[in-house]
Design a protein around this ligand. Structure first.
Ligand code: ZN
Length: 196
């Protein structure tokens, strides 16, 4: 596979963007299955291997949007160059319907968000539509490098990804997982102020 495929793109503002993807690698950590990965991460942590680093193992990141490497002194991590096409082929999103129907539209715990989504013309009956929009838009934006880095801890790296629902732009929060998987953790993470 040619790693230079789709390397150069032109963004919405007409700027040339280089999509240089790599897979974060830490030795001895398998990407799959999740149980073995978890066991190996715990075992390696016992030998003082950083849990942030082993959480990043297997994750696809853009050279220009990644935590620094080395992440810390004596960091064992390295980068494996991958193509844009591989990211496009492997990337997938997951978003539990509960995050929408039982979280966004929960009037007891979540009055603000429910009111906001209702002001955009949505109701709990639109939960599947919102779920699909979040998944599709986040997938597209991630593949095109339209993501921002958020908190990194032992559980992994969080990404803020822009979403547009009926003209309302906001960030949704995702956990980055191995091999291009992103899992929704926060459907609504704050409106985007456009002041450019
Ligand atoms: Zn490291």
């Amino acid at each position: 596979m040619n790693i230079f495929e789709n390397l150069i793109k032109v963004d919405e503002s007409g700027n040339i963007v280089y999509n240089l993807w790599f897979e974060w690698d830490h030795f001895n950590i398998p990407n799959n299955p999740p149980i073995l990965r978890s066991v190996m991460r715990k075992l390696m942590a016992f030998f003082n291997h950083c849990l942030k680093c082993t959480a990043l193992d297997g994750c696809y990141l853009l050279e220009s949007k990644s935590p620094p490497q080395p992440l810390h002194e004596n960091c064992d991590c390295s980068k494996v160059r991958i193509s844009q096409t591989k990211v496009e082929n492997k990337a997938q999103t997951s978003c539990s319907i509960d995050k929408i129907s039982n979280y966004i539209f929960n009037s007891e715990n979540n009055k603000g968000k429910k009111d906001l989504f209702e002001s955009w013309g949505y109701s709990i009956a639109d939960s599947v539509e919102i779920q699909n929009e979040l998944k599709n838009q986040a997938l597209n934006n991630y593949i095109n490098g339209n993501y921002e880095l958020r908190n990194l801890d032992q559980y992994g790296l969080r990404l803020a990804i822009p979403v547009n629902l009926r003209g309302n732009k906001f960030y949704s929060g995702w956990m980055l997982e191995p091999e291009g998987k992103i899992r929704n953790i926060t459907p609504f993470g704050g409106q985007i102020n456009e002041r450019k």
